[in-house]
Ligand binder design. Structure first.
Ligand code: HEM
Length: 163
Protein backbone atom coordinates (compact mmCIF):
# COMPACT_ATOMS: atom_id res chain seq x y z
CA UNK A 1 0.00 0.00 0.00
CA UNK A 2 1.45 3.34 -0.90
CA UNK A 3 1.22 6.20 1.62
CA UNK A 4 -1.42 8.13 -0.33
CA UNK A 5 -3.72 5.09 -0.42
CA UNK A 6 -3.25 4.60 3.32
CA UNK A 7 -4.07 8.26 3.91
CA UNK A 8 -7.21 7.94 1.78
CA UNK A 9 -8.52 5.03 3.84
CA UNK A 10 -7.69 6.72 7.13
CA UNK A 11 -9.46 9.91 6.12
CA UNK A 12 -12.55 8.03 5.01
CA UNK A 13 -12.63 6.20 8.34
CA UNK A 14 -12.66 9.55 10.14
CA UNK A 15 -15.46 10.76 7.81
CA UNK A 16 -17.44 7.63 8.54
CA UNK A 17 -17.71 8.53 12.19
CA UNK A 18 -18.82 12.10 11.60
CA UNK A 19 -22.29 11.89 10.01
CA UNK A 20 -25.54 11.45 11.86
CA UNK A 21 -26.29 8.29 9.87
CA UNK A 22 -25.99 5.17 11.97
CA UNK A 23 -23.19 3.37 10.19
CA UNK A 24 -23.83 0.11 12.04
CA UNK A 25 -27.50 0.12 11.06
CA UNK A 26 -26.59 0.56 7.40
CA UNK A 27 -23.86 -2.08 7.59
CA UNK A 28 -25.99 -4.81 9.17
CA UNK A 29 -28.94 -4.12 6.86
CA UNK A 30 -26.56 -4.60 3.92
CA UNK A 31 -24.87 -7.65 5.41
CA UNK A 32 -28.08 -9.49 6.23
CA UNK A 33 -29.53 -8.65 2.80
CA UNK A 34 -26.45 -9.95 1.00
CA UNK A 35 -26.08 -13.01 3.21
CA UNK A 36 -28.85 -13.91 5.67
CA UNK A 37 -26.69 -16.72 7.04
CA UNK A 38 -24.70 -14.05 8.93
CA UNK A 39 -27.77 -13.01 10.92
CA UNK A 40 -27.58 -15.44 13.87
CA UNK A 41 -23.92 -14.63 14.54
CA UNK A 42 -24.64 -11.06 15.49
CA UNK A 43 -27.73 -11.31 17.73
CA UNK A 44 -30.28 -8.52 17.81
CA UNK A 45 -28.88 -6.02 20.30
CA UNK A 46 -27.91 -3.00 18.22
CA UNK A 47 -25.42 -1.79 20.84
CA UNK A 48 -23.58 -5.08 20.68
CA UNK A 49 -23.66 -5.12 16.87
CA UNK A 50 -22.27 -1.60 16.79
CA UNK A 51 -19.40 -2.60 19.08
CA UNK A 52 -18.49 -5.55 16.86
CA UNK A 53 -18.43 -3.39 13.76
CA UNK A 54 -16.33 -0.71 15.43
CA UNK A 55 -13.88 -3.42 16.56
CA UNK A 56 -13.56 -4.73 13.01
CA UNK A 57 -13.11 -1.27 11.48
CA UNK A 58 -10.64 -0.25 14.14
CA UNK A 59 -8.62 -3.35 13.47
CA UNK A 60 -8.65 -2.69 9.73
CA UNK A 61 -7.52 0.90 10.08
CA UNK A 62 -4.88 0.32 12.75
CA UNK A 63 -3.38 -2.51 10.75
CA UNK A 64 -2.70 -0.04 7.95
CA UNK A 65 0.21 1.28 9.99
CA UNK A 66 2.03 -2.03 9.83
CA UNK A 67 0.72 -4.07 6.89
CA UNK A 68 3.68 -6.44 7.03
CA UNK A 69 2.51 -7.53 10.48
CA UNK A 70 -1.02 -8.40 9.34
CA UNK A 71 -0.47 -12.12 8.64
CA UNK A 72 1.10 -12.62 12.08
CA UNK A 73 -1.27 -10.41 14.00
CA UNK A 74 -4.57 -11.79 12.68
CA UNK A 75 -4.04 -15.40 13.69
CA UNK A 76 -5.89 -15.32 17.00
CA UNK A 77 -8.61 -13.07 15.63
CA UNK A 78 -9.10 -15.34 12.63
CA UNK A 79 -9.28 -18.46 14.76
CA UNK A 80 -11.79 -16.79 17.05
CA UNK A 81 -13.92 -16.12 13.98
CA UNK A 82 -14.05 -19.83 13.17
CA UNK A 83 -15.51 -20.23 16.65
CA UNK A 84 -18.21 -17.63 15.87
CA UNK A 85 -19.24 -19.80 12.91
CA UNK A 86 -17.59 -17.64 10.22
CA UNK A 87 -16.75 -19.45 6.95
CA UNK A 88 -14.38 -18.23 4.20
CA UNK A 89 -17.41 -17.25 2.10
CA UNK A 90 -18.70 -14.96 4.84
CA UNK A 91 -15.68 -12.71 4.29
CA UNK A 92 -16.93 -11.87 0.81
CA UNK A 93 -20.36 -10.97 2.16
CA UNK A 94 -18.73 -8.85 4.84
CA UNK A 95 -16.60 -7.04 2.24
CA UNK A 96 -19.60 -6.31 0.02
CA UNK A 97 -21.56 -4.94 2.99
CA UNK A 98 -18.59 -2.84 4.05
CA UNK A 99 -18.12 -1.23 0.64
CA UNK A 100 -21.83 -0.61 0.17
CA UNK A 101 -21.96 0.99 3.61
CA UNK A 102 -19.05 3.28 2.77
CA UNK A 103 -20.81 4.29 -0.41
CA UNK A 104 -24.11 4.98 1.34
CA UNK A 105 -22.59 6.92 4.19
CA UNK A 106 -19.90 8.84 2.30
CA UNK A 107 -21.94 9.43 -0.86
CA UNK A 108 -20.02 11.27 -3.55
CA UNK A 109 -16.91 11.30 -1.37
CA UNK A 110 -16.70 7.57 -1.96
CA UNK A 111 -14.81 7.90 -5.20
CA UNK A 112 -13.80 4.98 -7.44
CA UNK A 113 -10.24 5.51 -6.19
CA UNK A 114 -11.37 5.19 -2.57
CA UNK A 115 -13.46 2.14 -3.46
CA UNK A 116 -10.37 0.49 -4.95
CA UNK A 117 -8.30 1.39 -1.89
CA UNK A 118 -10.81 -0.20 0.51
CA UNK A 119 -11.38 -3.24 -1.71
CA UNK A 120 -7.63 -3.83 -1.93
CA UNK A 121 -7.08 -3.42 1.78
CA UNK A 122 -10.09 -5.50 2.75
CA UNK A 123 -8.87 -8.34 0.55
CA UNK A 124 -5.40 -8.22 2.10
CA UNK A 125 -6.78 -8.47 5.64
CA UNK A 126 -9.50 -10.99 4.76
CA UNK A 127 -7.03 -13.21 2.91
CA UNK A 128 -4.60 -13.14 5.83
CA UNK A 129 -7.43 -14.10 8.22
CA UNK A 130 -8.64 -16.91 5.97
CA UNK A 131 -5.15 -18.28 5.43
CA UNK A 132 -4.58 -18.26 9.17
CA UNK A 133 -7.79 -20.10 9.98
CA UNK A 134 -8.80 -22.44 7.17
CA UNK A 135 -7.07 -25.24 5.27
CA UNK A 136 -8.57 -24.42 1.90
CA UNK A 137 -8.68 -20.83 0.77
CA UNK A 138 -9.57 -20.17 -2.87
CA UNK A 139 -6.63 -18.62 -4.65
CA UNK A 140 -8.33 -15.97 -6.64
CA UNK A 141 -8.71 -12.41 -5.41
CA UNK A 142 -11.64 -10.54 -6.93
CA UNK A 143 -10.85 -7.88 -9.49
CA UNK A 144 -11.31 -4.30 -8.35
CA UNK A 145 -13.84 -3.90 -11.17
CA UNK A 146 -15.93 -6.64 -9.54
CA UNK A 147 -16.10 -4.67 -6.29
CA UNK A 148 -16.93 -1.46 -8.12
CA UNK A 149 -19.62 -3.27 -10.05
CA UNK A 150 -21.30 -4.32 -6.81
CA UNK A 151 -21.78 -0.71 -5.93
CA UNK A 152 -23.52 0.09 -9.18
CA UNK A 153 -25.81 -2.90 -9.08
CA UNK A 154 -27.45 -2.83 -5.67
CA UNK A 155 -28.95 -6.29 -5.90
CA UNK A 156 -27.12 -9.01 -4.02
CA UNK A 157 -25.04 -11.14 -6.38
CA UNK A 158 -26.67 -14.46 -7.15
CA UNK A 159 -23.56 -16.48 -6.46
CA UNK A 160 -21.08 -15.09 -4.02
CA UNK A 161 -17.52 -15.59 -5.10
CA UNK A 162 -14.87 -15.82 -2.39
CA UNK A 163 -12.85 -12.65 -1.73
C1 HEM B 1 -11.49 -8.38 7.53
C2 HEM B 1 -12.50 -8.97 8.15
C3 HEM B 1 -12.81 -8.89 9.61
C4 HEM B 1 -12.18 -8.22 10.63
C5 HEM B 1 -10.96 -7.33 10.56
C6 HEM B 1 -12.91 -8.52 11.85
C7 HEM B 1 -12.58 -8.05 13.09
C8 HEM B 1 -13.26 -8.33 14.26
C9 HEM B 1 -12.86 -7.90 15.57
C10 HEM B 1 -11.62 -7.06 15.88
C11 HEM B 1 -13.76 -8.38 16.44
C12 HEM B 1 -13.76 -8.22 17.97
C13 HEM B 1 -13.06 -9.42 18.52
C14 HEM B 1 -13.04 -9.47 20.00
O1 HEM B 1 -13.80 -8.74 20.63
O2 HEM B 1 -12.29 -10.31 20.49
C15 HEM B 1 -14.75 -9.11 15.69
C16 HEM B 1 -15.83 -9.75 16.23
C17 HEM B 1 -16.75 -10.47 15.49
N1 HEM B 1 -16.74 -10.69 14.15
FE1 HEM B 1 -15.35 -10.02 12.86
N2 HEM B 1 -13.97 -9.34 11.55
C18 HEM B 1 -13.93 -9.58 10.20
C19 HEM B 1 -14.81 -10.36 9.49
C20 HEM B 1 -15.92 -10.96 10.02
C21 HEM B 1 -16.86 -11.75 9.25
C22 HEM B 1 -16.71 -12.08 7.78
C23 HEM B 1 -17.83 -12.14 10.11
C24 HEM B 1 -19.07 -12.94 9.80
C25 HEM B 1 -19.85 -12.64 8.81
C26 HEM B 1 -17.49 -11.63 11.42
C27 HEM B 1 -18.19 -11.85 12.57
C28 HEM B 1 -17.82 -11.43 13.82
C29 HEM B 1 -18.60 -11.72 15.01
C30 HEM B 1 -19.88 -12.54 15.08
C31 HEM B 1 -17.92 -11.11 16.07
C32 HEM B 1 -18.33 -11.04 17.52
C33 HEM B 1 -17.86 -12.03 18.44
C34 HEM B 1 -18.47 -11.76 19.79
O3 HEM B 1 -18.03 -10.82 20.46
O4 HEM B 1 -19.40 -12.45 20.12
N3 HEM B 1 -16.33 -10.91 11.32
N4 HEM B 1 -14.41 -9.08 14.37
Amino acid sequence: MDPSTIALIQQSFADLRAPAIDVAEVFYAELFAVDPSCRPMFGSDMQVQRRKLVSALNYMVHALHAPEQVPGSVRKLAEAHVGYGVTPEHYTSFGIALLRTLKKVLGSEFTPELCDAWATWFQIVARAMKEAAYDHVPEKAMELAWWRGLLIDETPPLALAPA
